[in-house]
Design a protein around this ligand. Structure first.
Ligand code: ADP
Ligand code: MG
Length: 216
């Protein structure tokens, strides 16, 4: 499903964020990518959704050479991938409902379908009651769940999440990870980047350790 081959990423100023990474993540795996701040986790995820291109080596997603993907094909790639960003990237002038519905609207989904699927996603993250709120009216944990609802609304085969539990208490963390586990039970390949090794150990699944841009 996802494969890195001899992949390195060197940013401007010569910072080597990923160094010669070769690994495979199979369809349906539940993976924690664990490493300290600066280890290269976010860069690793960015390779998968073509937010940055590798400096050398390859990344394949569902058989496609994503490192060399033509710009015009990137939207199609992203439709396969639900992404929960570390800083959520919500649209702050739009309601919870509209934030979640957005991904369906941009692909021209019919209104009745948008309504049905958005409510279903909001129900999964238990935010139905807040559908008319704006993001600034929500707690951090609630904003996080809006971001998750938006990421799962298209039933993408791949779900990426960057430090989803950064500043949540244990109970909220458990709820969030369970949402990812449920998606995984439906067949979604899940990758969660985290600095929290204990968290990764608690939930089972595969742990990929990353340090200084290298897989250990
Ligand atoms: N856009 C960028 N430009 C230059 N350097 C970057 C950029 N993004 C990340 N880096 C550097 O790459 C290294 C890995 O960063 P990152 O992938 O964000 O790690 P993590 O998510 O594990 O904290 C760090 O040294 C970081 O400073
Ligand atoms: Mg990061």
């Amino acid at each position: 499903m996802i494969e890195f081959r001899y992949l390195s990423k060197v940013y401007d100023r010569g910072i080597r964020a990923l160094n010669n990474i070769t690994l495979k993540i199979e369809r349906g795996e539940f993976v924690f990518l664990v490493g300290l701040s600066g280890a290269g986790k976010t860069t690793f995820l960015r390779m998968i959704y073509a937010d940055e291109r590798p400096t050398s080596g390859f990344v394949y997603v569902a058989g496609k050479d994503v490192g060399n993907i033509p710009r015009r094909n990137i939207p199609y790639l992203r439709r396969q991938i639900g992404i929960v960003f570390q800083d959520f990237k919500l649209l702050y002038s739009k309601t919870v409902f509209e934030n979640v519905a957005f991904a369906l609207r941009v692909i021209g989904t019919k209104e009745a379908e948008v309504y049905k699927r958005t409510l279903k996603a909001l129900n999964i993250v238990e935010l139905t009651q807040k559908k008319s709120c704006f993001p600034y009216e929500l707690s951090g944990g609630e904003q996080q769940r809006v971001a998750i609802a938006r990421a799962i609304i298209n039933d993408p085969p791949i779900l990426l999440s960057d430090e989803p539990t950064g500043n949540l208490d244990a109970q909220l963390t458990n709820g969030i990870i369970n949402l990812f586990l449920n998606a995984n039970e439906q067949g979604t390949t899940v990758i969660i980047a985290t600095h929290d090794l204990e968290l990764a150990r608690r939930y089972g699944g595969r742990i990929i350790h990353i340090a200084n841009g290298e897989i250990l």
